[in-house]
Each structure stands twice: as C-alpha cells, then as structure tokens.
Design a protein around this ligand. Sequence first.
Ligand code: ASP
Length: 582
Amino acid sequence: MYRSHSCGELRESHITNSVTLSGWVSKTRDKGFVVWVDLRDRYGITQLVFDADRTSPELLEQARNLGREFVIQVKGQVIERASKNPNIPTGNIEVLVEELVILNTSKTPPFTIENETDGGEDLRMKYRYLDIRRNPVKDNLIFRSKVTMEVRKYLSNQDFIEVETPYLIKSTPEGARDFVVPSRMNEGQFYALPQSPQTFKQLLMVGGMDKYFQIVKCFRDEDLRADRQPEFTQIDCEMAFVEQEDILSAFEGLTKHLLKEVKGVEIDSFPRMTFDEAMAKYGNDKPDIRFGMEFGELNEVTQHKEFNVFNSAELVVGIAVPRGNSYTRKEIDKLTDWVKRPQVGALGMVYCRCNEDGSFKSSVDKFYDQEDLAKWAEATNAKPGDLICVLSGATNKVRAQLSALRMELATRLGLRKNTEFAPLWVIDFPLLELDEETGHYHAMHHPFTSPKPGQLELLETYPAAVRANAYDLVLNGNEIGGGSIRIHDKETQATMFRHLGFTPEEAKAQFGFLMDAFQYGAPPHGGIAFGLDRLVAILGGQETIRDFIAFPKNNSGRDVMIDAPAPIDKEQLKELNLKLDI
Ligand code: ASP
C-alpha cells in the first residue's frame, strides 16, 4: 500500500497514528540536526520531519539528499508541530519519519512548482505536466471537473440522454474552416472534424431521442484570436417538440443550477434583450450588464450645428463615465489615443466634462452651448462629476469602438467584478449577415436556423430584415451559449440553402442526408450549445480559457509539449496517397 492517507488529510485528531504517505518533495529545509520536507500531492502538503535525536543518521542523510520533485513514500508517526502553520489545513501536525523509500528521482524542474511560479507561459506549456502540479492549475482542472459533473447531473435529472456523435465526419458549416483528415481506405477523400455535432444532434431528434446532450470536442480552424482554441469543448444540447421559450427556460435552469452549486450564487432574473436593443445600448451582442454606461445616441442633439464631423456621421453616440470628470486633460488625451489605436480604430474622441455645479465643458465648445450639452448629458444619463465620451462615424464601426471603450473603462474602474454574475438572453438575431467583402449573405448562426414565423417570404425581398429564432446566453460580457429553433422541413431548408448561395446540387451533395431525414417525420426541434471552456473560466472568476484546459494549444495552434502539428514521414504520406506541394 503506497499510502494510508493523502498529503492533505492529517489533522490533530491523527496525532500518535502511524501513517504511510506518498507524494512529491516540494521543499526541503536542512537545519543540520533536523531536516523538514514538505510532501505534496493533489490534496495538499504535509510536513515531514527527520530528527537526529529520533531517527537514524542514515535516514537523516537520505532526507538531506532528496531533490525537488523526487517521488517518495514515507512511514512514520503523526506528531504535534512545535511551530504551527495556520495557513494550511495540515499545519498543526507533522509526520516524524521512520522509513523513507525513494519511488523515483526527478531532474531539477525548469520552473518552481509554486503558486507564483518563475516560469514563463512557454516554459510552463512545454512542461505542462509540471505546471499541473501547481495549485492554481490543479484547482482550475478540479473546478472544471466539478462543473461538468454538475452539468451531467442536472441534465440527466431532466431526462436528457448523453449520446456520442462521430468525430470523422463531413463538413458542418459553423463559420470556420474545417480540420480535415485524409482517408487511407478511400483514396483522395477526406473526413472533416466536426465544428460542432449540429447535424447529428438534429438527426438524433429525427431518431426520436427527444432530449440529447453531449460534452463534446469541437474543432474549428480559425486564425487564433486571443483566447480561442482550435479544439474546444461544448455542452451540446438538442430537444424535440420545443419552442424558443422551452429552450430558454430549460437552459436558464441549467445555468441557475451551476451558479448555485459551484458558486453559491442564486440568480433569478435572466433579462431578455433583442439583438437590436443590445447593439443600440451596448454596441455589442454580448453586453456586460453588471454596470450601466449605456450608450446614448446623440444624432438628434448634435447634428444641427456647424460641426461637420458629427453632421456627416451616420451615428453619433456617447457614454457617461462615472466620476470621469476627475480625469486630467492628459488622461483624457491618453483615452483618445487608446480609441485611436488600430485595434479599436476610432478617428478621434469628443468629450464633455459634467461639472459638479451643473455646467459643462466640452472639447467642441465652439459648436455647442450649455443647453446643447445638457441634452448630451440627458441622452447619456450623465450625472454631475461624469465625463461624456463621444464617438461618431459609420454605425457598426462606431458601436464596436464605443463598446470597446466602455469595456476598457469599466475594467479600469473596477466595475467588472468577477464575483458578480449577470446573465441575459439576447434574442431575435438577424437570420443572415452580409459579408461586406464578398457581398454574399451568410447564416448568422448556421444554415439550419429557422426564420421567425411568417418571415420566410421576406427572405426574397429584404433578406437583411429577416429575424431568426436564435438566441445567445450571455454572462458578464461573454457569449457562453448560443442556439436556435431549427428548420425541420425539406422545402424551407432548401430555400435557406438557396439564399446562402448553394445550387440545389451543392446543397444535395453536402446536406442531402439531412434533407432526406426531414422527409421521414422530423419533429420540430431546437437546441443550444454552451462553450464549456469559457463558461468554466467565467465561473472560476477568470478570463483565460487556456488556464482551464489541461493541455491547451498556443496562439499558433501548437502544442509545444508534444510538438504538434508535425510532419509525417514519406511512407505515411504514400499510404494516404498524398503529395506535399510545399
Ligand atoms: N451548433 C451550434 C454552435 O456550435 C449551437 C446550436 O445551434 O445548438 O454554435
């Protein structure tokens, strides 16, 4: 038996017990006549003591020679510590060692295995197995496991069945490139890895499975913007005989359950906001509503003077920064530089100070008098002491820019507290989205999403106006889930494909299986998928999903530990009938 207890288990009640522990040598302190060793495992740290008076000189010598991260087994007696450590649960006791076995030695680790390590990100990723020994990483993985267990518990209690769907499939268009896998047995042909199990879960509904879920890997070959992973995990769900309302209430239930079980937070209200409202109020379809700073549209109150920048803009819009009037001129200039950075892309920023005495001082006083500025304050809900920041230009761009500024300022002002949770549903998304480069429409969610009832005809005349039965669950400024009520009849699906630019032949070649299935009694159905990595990170009060993934990839999609992707040898290429053209 390697161990009778874990390294996090022993307390004063165990004093005098004989115990066996196994773990890693975290730290050794050699005082000559005594050696202390911190022994670590997943559960904690227990102090071992080797004492010249009470143990043999050989044993003391052995302890002295233990290196960091050696794996050892010890037998000994639990004794009371002379100087207690109130910071750890085992801090009142130590184990007086009688026997020591070195189970394995270790090279000196390339970084310290401590909460605050000296190892940079690259090094930690290369030796991720050592990184996982550190509390912050270990705790995140345990937290993730807890969240997934709660998901499974909740959904299975609600009669959902977990079904696995294949990874070697044909493309599912979810807006990214596919990862492809060559088929050896089918020369010149490729599988695609699923961007999501979308079509399979719909086929499960046709198969009568009625309530499905799966905690599943999805693969999307995208340029990796910050905090995206080429493979990520979804809580993928689908239900038959449901309307939007049924889905929203089912998954509000799941979200409430998770918040309660893993955070102890009870949330009743899941406000709903249409896509249009979210864009107008927050410039963003995933608004963080933990704080105000809502957009105030200023076209009406600015476009009647000689200020051409505003007069020629499609949208003039501002936000009130709470207590922002305390900013110095220099600080405001810095803010202006911030919005002018290429990542944000504004051309400039107009501001207006709201003085405590009710007067205003703006950067465009030449054009606007106090009465005008009072209207700005009214529209942005600015109070005395605030600062109004105003941007102008083409609607979509300006909204994105002001949204970036709003989030940045809220972060700086400490308004994005990671202990507060503010979920909401964003509903009524547009069905289609115009790709400005190609001039073609794409499905905003995916091609299987149904238009709102009665709007199918509008697709012919005014496609941009068609709204979808699609919804996103947003938490603290992040989209944590998204889904839709699906099309479940062949004709509507064919119409949708036509609007997306597929010829009937192309649609049949790619999605014939789905449209065939729709002819065999497909029930009305809909679903949702949650991004598990992000959900866990937010619940964990952090923003980086990589910290909650055991073996993540870096920003170039590489696993630096196993060094993948990597070339394959000539024989393998030949077997696959592949020739490289590089
Ligand atoms: N398959 C969708 C996605 O990955 C989710 C859904 O519509 O259920 O976003």
